[in-house]
Design a protein. Structure first.
Lengths: 331, 192
């Protein structure tokens, strides 16, 4: 009988858990009907089985209060242990420092200075580069930039031949000075453009943000603020400041042009500069045709077509040369 | 996984705290009951469930769920409980130290924690079960796993699972024997 009871416990378990076969269900039903005692036994097990579940046994807990406790312990996105991260950083910094000491020990000053020098030369392409101090320079075509850091004087110096847009990491202890032709530009802020091609008669500085000092060895020059433009005339050795912002200064960098009632002649000049194109104007009468239009990183062909369409001009293309011609404009 | 669970799970993976909150509030109570069935201590049960949720949050990127979301939560809490039990010896040592330093020792008091006396008695009866038998019974009743799933998870045969469930029912009936007949009078109609 004991053996049978053990069996019946398993069978009832199977029935209650929904794991019983049809035969097992049948034999449990028969066993229940054999006596009231059996029926009561089954009912007891069923009660235990049903009650002993996550649905029926509910511990009196306060989920809202618990959530508040959990919430403050949740770390936002950083899954890594900050301590471990720091340890790695410390070790890395230690290794770098050790390497640096070894390097300093073995290198003589000349080599060290060479290492602090960076030369970027462009021809037909513009180039964006990060200088050794972390500042960046976007360099226009046909330009040469030499960056040096004088550790003794604590001066960052750039010699520029051509045009570049600088985003300087300002550090009052290490002045950033640009030498372009005979003029000097000292950064007091962050972003500015310097145009100083040897063949041009002027050097132009446009300040996008921050401030710069635009000067020569003998002339204190100009203090330029954001939005201002400074021009240095090489022949006259004189500075002049223009307050009106030139919207297309950075077109070589961004290929974004904003022409507002501009004449065709200056539009063509801007495009030739930025795209290194050979666009010319055949008829004198159309030089002063005026146009208001924006271009945003468009292809040169598209721009030429848009201009021709708007001003009713004809376009002749021979090789990489583009010629605008027409009988004149209404405006 | 149903759609809501799936959405919550995706939200959690993306680092959405509201998703975690919704999951937490839906499952906190039953999970605490489940943890309590292992630990027999309300504070400890709550602590285990809370820290399980915190680690769920921290590991959300690496977790992938094969079965259902709910069974993942239960398994997570079960493993945490089993670990806690494993470290019970260490805890006891700590408790002894507390005794020495005069700190009050928390005594597990079952009364008043559960809604009915029957629940309390059933949970107490679960504590009486032999270890493996108890685990099988908990997997079946609290995690609502099929016999085959229990067998797979514990690397035992389905027949062994069957035996454990039968044995668990028998032992618990013995434990509750003096109490149950009364109940049948109340619930007689309900059961049929």
């Amino acid at each position: 009988m004991a053996h049978e009871t053990e069996d019946i416990d398993n069978l009832i378990g199977n029935v209650l858990a929904g794991e019983a076969t049809a035969d097992e269900k049948e034999s449990v039903a028969q066993w229940i009907n054999q006596s009231d005692h059996n029926r009561a036994y089954f009912e007891h097990l069923q009660l235990i089985f049903d009650k002993a579940s996550s649905k029926n046994i509910q511990l009196q807990v306060d989920a809202d209060a618990a959530w508040q406790k959990v919430k403050i312990q949740l770390r936002q996105p950083t899954p890594k242990e900050p301590t471990n991260y720091w340890t790695v950083l410390k070790i890395a910094a230690g290794i770098v420092w050790l390497g640096f000491l070894v390097f300093m020990f073995f290198q003589n000053r000349v080599l060290e200075e060479q290492n602090q020098r960076l030369v970027i030369k462009t021809d037909k392409q513009t180039e964006q580069d990060t200088l050794l101090d972390g500042s960046t320079a976007f360099i226009n075509k046909k330009s040469k930039l030499v960056f040096t850091y004088d550790a003794k004087k604590n001066v960052r110096k750039v010699t520029l031949n051509g045009e570049a847009f600088f985003t300087v990491k300002h550090d009052i202890k290490k002045p950033f000075i640009i030498e372009a032709e005979e003029v000097l530009i000292k950064d007091i802020g962050t972003e500015f453009n310097v145009k100083a091609y040897p063949e041009d008669s002027i050097v132009v500085v446009n300040v996008s943000s921050g401030e710069v000092q635009f000067y020569t060895a003998n002339n204190p020059g100009l203090h330029l603020k954001a939005g201002e433009k400074g021009i240095y005339d090489k022949a006259l050795k004189a500075f002049s400041k223009i307050l009106k912002r030139d919207t297309n200064v950075l077109a070589y960098k961004t290929k974004t042009f904003t022409f507002k009632n501009s004449d065709l002649e200056s539009i063509v000049t801007s495009l030739n500069d930025a795209y290194d194109a050979k666009i010319s104007i055949a008829n004198e009468v159309i030089r002063k045709c005026r146009l208001t239009v924006n271009f945003n990183n468009d292809r040169l062909e598209t721009i030429v077509d848009v201009i021709a369409e708007t001003l009713h001009l004809s376009v002749t293309k021979t090789g990489d040369e583009v010629i605008f011609s027409g009988a004149g404009c209404n405006n | 996984m149903d759609l809501l669970d799936q959405n919550l799970w995706l939200g959690l993976k993306k680092g959405n705290q509201t998703a975690l909150e919704m999951i937490f509030k839906t499952h906190y109570k039953p999970l605490c009951s489940y943890a309590y069935s292992f630990l027999n201590d309300k504070d400890e049960a709550e602590e285990v469930v809370q820290s399980s949720f915190i680690s769920l949050w921290e590991k959300r990127d690496t977790i992938s769920i094969q079965t259902s979301f709910k069974s993942y939560l239960y398994r997570m809490v079960r493993n945490a409980c089993l670990n806690t039990i494993k470290h019970e010896k260490v805890k006891k040592l700590y408790a002894d130290q507390e005794k020495l330093t005069g700190e009050p020792i928390h005594e597990a008091v079952s009364e008043g924690l559960l809604t009915t006396e029957l629940e309390t008695r059933i949970l107490n009866a679960i504590q009486v079960l032999p270890e493996q038998c108890r685990l099988v019974f908990q997997l079946s009743r609290f995690e609502e796993l099929k016999y085959q799933e229990i067998a797979d998870q514990l690397s035992i045969s389905v027949k062994t699972v069957e035996n454990h469930i039968g044995k668990a029912l028998k032992i618990m009936r013995e434990e509750l024997k003096d109490y149950l007949p009364l109940f049948i009078l109340f619930l007689g109609n309900f059961i049929d």
